[in-house]
Design a protein around this ligand. Structure first.
Ligand code: SF4
Length: 225
C-alpha cells in the first residue's frame, strides 16, 4: 500500500473521504445527550465530565423535571441538586458549576444561554468543549468538539500530532470544512465508541482502513485487532 501523505493539503482531501465514509457508517450520528432547551444541554454537558452520556441521560430525567430555568438552579439549596446528580460523580463540584453558571446567566444574559464562544467561556464549568457543543447544537455555529474519542481517532488518522485539546481543535479547524465540522465531531465519537477503541482498535473491520496510517505503524500493529 502506498504511504499515506500527511501534509495539510493531503489531509484536507483525506478528511472529506473520511467524512463521507463515516456518514455512511453512522447515518444516525448525533449528540447522545437528551435535551430540549439550550439550558438543558449546558447542564448535561457539565454533568458529562468523567461520566457516560447514558448515566447523564438517566439523571437528567429527574433533574429536568424539577429544574426548568436558570433561576430554579440558582435559587435551589445545593443539596437538592447534589442528591439527584450524585451518581454522575464529582457531584459537589458539578452542582457548584451549574449554580454559578446559572447565576451568571441571570446576572449578565437575562437567564438565556449566550451565543458566542467568548461569552460562554465566562461561565463557570464551561471550557471550549462545552462551549462548542452548545454553539453547534443550539446556535448552529460550526466548530470542532474535541473529547477523548476525537482526540484519539483524529490522532490515529494522522490529522493532528498534538495532544492538547485546544491545539487539536485548531489543527482540525484547518482541514475540516465549516459545513462538516459539527457532524465530523459526532463521527469521531461514534467511531471511537464503535470501532476505534482505545485499547483494541478494530482496524481490520474499519471503513477507514486504507485511509488511516495507524494500522500500518508499529504501535498500531500492536493495538489493532
Ligand atoms: S483504521 Fe484503525 S486506527 Fe484507523 S480509524 Fe480505523 S480503527 Fe481507528
Amino acid at each position: 500500500m502506498a504511504a499515506i501523505k500527511l501534509t495539510q493539503k493531503a489531509n484536507r482531501e483525506r478528511v472529506l473521504e473520511v467524512i463521507q465514509r463515516l456518514g455512511e457508517t453512522y447515518p444516525d450520528a448525533r449528540c447522545a445527550l437528551n435535551f430540549s432547551t439550550p439550558l438543558e444541554l449546558l447542564v448535561s454537558v457539565i454533568l458529562s465530565a468523567q461520566c457516560t452520556d447514558e448515566r447523564v441521560n438517566i439523571v437528567t430525567r429527574e433533574l429536568f423535571q424539577r429544574f426548568k430555568t436558570a433561576a430554579d438552579y440558582a435559587e435551589a439549596p445545593p443539596e437538592a441538586i447534589e442528591k439527584i446528580i450524585h451518581s454522575c460523580g464529582f457531584y459537589r463540584q458539578k452542582t457548584k458549576s451549574i449554580q454559578n453558571a446559572c447565576r451568571a446567566l441571570l446576572d449578565r444574559f437575562g437567564g438565556e444561554i449566550p451565543g458566542t464562544m467568548e461569552e460562554l467561556l465566562t461561565l463557570d464549568g464551561v471550557g471550549r468543549k462545552t462551549a462548542n457543543v452548545v454553539l453547534a447544537e443550539c446556535h448552529g455555529v460550526p466548530g470542532i468538539i474535541v473529547d477523548t474519542h476525537c482526540k484519539r481517532v483524529a490522532g490515529r488518522l494522522g490529522f493532528t500530532k498534538n495532544t492538547d485539546p485546544v491545539k487539536i481543535e485548531f489543527d482540525l479547524l484547518k482541514i475540516v470544512p465549516r459545513e462538516h465540522q459539527r457532524m465530523f465531531s459526532h463521527y469521531m465519537v461514534f467511531h471511537g465508541r464503535n470501532i476505534c477503541h482505545a485499547r483494541s482498535a478494530r482496524c481490520s473491520q474499519c471503513p477507514l482502513f486504507e485511509l488511516c496510517p495507524f494500522p500500518h505503524s508499529a504501535k498500531g500493529k500492536k493495538i489493532a485487532k
